[in-house]
Design a protein around this ligand. Structure first.
Ligand code: PLP
Length: 426
């Protein structure tokens, strides 16, 4: 069956034909490609096409697809059974490794997704501080649980508004929404909700409104505001964790958060999330403390084996970070030059192995400026690249992920393709 036929079948039994919305290609108006296998920097669809993949499963595949060391670790783990529902050594191994690699974390709890990690971290912050309100940023994504599906409300004194049907307004009231890279908007929320804010949660590098780097001083400013108001700072490192550095954005920007959430890379491609903090905070979690959180499949041995293999590889090959960042920089500067040569208004960002392009001449620092991008142009860009065998995220407001498996030849081919697309436009 080809992708179109599979999509027809899928739409009859899966809402929108997919198990996660952005996969449906709706914002670019195309039929999603059904993928049959992946290897190195490439994915292969059921229609017989191969693509250089800059989605990398939305981040986990930092070493590329089907990495032999991770596959072998999974195969070994499978030989011992799939799930125990009881403690196993692999859970201790990965916890020790993460605590060792990441600044400021004494203890970690494994869960099954990034959403679960953030949901639990928010509950922990509320439990620790005895306060209910959380400040988040417009355009930052923290998974699909109720308290984070909230957008800007009508004023600084009120909470946010539900950003999805099914989110009670009374719950959204506890989530205050600030503007990314705008410390004054955070300070004003603190001032108008004195003694009520449990935590500020932030994507240290925003990668869910396209790629928007933090402005110099922004993350330190958040740290200072949290300290001033005795609130916790939560770094949502589901994307940046083990991607920017072995110590994630905390290490990259030399800022220590109070609670850090992880997902994606720590599972090596298996469904995993985690949250960690200093002992005093983590010891509030059940069974030690009064913040309840549990999971039947948490610490699953096969998932732990995959994550452990990937993290060990990263720890032992730290040079990879400089290499991938150089590859991403080559891609980003090539895109930028090509757009400039062809007179196309584009803003390109690159942080470590993350890249992004907006079709706007404005500097993009927030959701408001990200939204000045011409999404029609992005849809045309996406379709033309797909046609040439280059697979980027099928939506403007996502990032491009570069892995250690992307070769110079991959980048050269990608840039040639981009050049052709832009030259057809101009
Ligand atoms: N936090 C961030 C920063 C994310 O990018 C995502 C997902 O992309 C999540 C949380 C939610 O993770 P998951 O999709 O594993 O639930």
């Amino acid at each position: 069956m080809n992708s179109a036929q599979l999509f027809d079948r899928a739409q009859a039994v899966l809402p929108g034909g997919v198990n996660s919305p952005v996969r449906a290609f709706r914002s670019v108006g195309l039929v999603p490609r059904f993928i049959s296998r992946a290897d190195g920097s490439r994915i292969f669809d059921v229609d017989g096409n191969s693509y250089i993949d800059y989605v990398c499963s939305w981040g986990p595949m930092i070493l590329g697809h089907n990495h032999p060391e991770i596959r072998e670790a999974v195969e070994r783990a499978i030989g011992n059974g799939l799930s125990f529902g009881a403690p196993c050594e692999l859970e201790v191994d990965i916890a020790e490794l993460i605590v060792d690699m990441v600044p400021g974390i004494d203890k970690i709890r494994m869960v099954n997704s990034g959403t679960e990690a953030v949901m639990s971290a928010v509950r922990l912050a509320r439990g620790f501080t005895g306060r209910d309100k959380i400040i988040k940023f417009d355009g930052n994504y923290h998974g699909h649980f109720d308290s984070m599906l909230v957008k800007t409300g009508s004023g600084a004194l009120t909470g946010g508004m539900p950003d999805s049907l099914g989110v009670p307004a009374s719950l959204a009231d506890h989530t205050l929404v600030a503007c990314y890279n705008d410390l004054a908007s955070v300070a004003s929320l603190f001032d108008s909700n004195p003694g009520q804010v449990a935590a500020v949660i932030v994507e240290p590098v925003a990668a869910n409104m396209g790629l928007v780097p933090p402005e110099p001083g922004f993350l330190q400013g958040l740290r200072d505001l949290c300290d001033k108001h005795s609130a916790l700072l939560i770094f949502d490192e589901v994307i940046t964790g083990f991607r920017l550095a072995t110590g994630g954005a905390q290490e990259y920007y030399s800022i220590t958060a109070d609670i850090v959430t992880f997902g994606k890379i720590i599972g090596g491609g298996m469904p995993v999330g985690a949250y960690g903090a200093r002992a005093e905070i983590m010891e509030l979690i059940s069974p030690l403390g009064g913040v309840y959180q549990a999971g039947t499949l948490s610490g699953n041995p096969v998932a732990m084996a995959a994550g452990l293999a990937q993290l060990r590889y990263l720890r032992d090959n730290r040079k990879i970070y400089g290499d991938i960042a150089a590859t991403a920089e080559k891609l980003a500067s090539g895109m930028k030059d090509s757009a400039a040569r062809h007179g196309i208004a584009a803003t390109v960002a690159c942080v470590g192995s993350l890249c992004g392009i907006f079709f706007t001449s404005q500097k993009v620092t927030s959701l408001v400026t990200a939204k000045t991008s011409d999404t029609g142009a992005f849809a045309r860009f996406f379709a033309a690249l797909l046609d040439k065998g280059v697979y980027i995220a099928p939506a403007q407001f996502e990032a491009m992920f570069v892995s250690a498996a992307h070769t110079d030849a991959d980048i050269d081919y990608t840039l040639e393709s981009i050049n052709k697309v832009f030259s057809d436009w101009s």
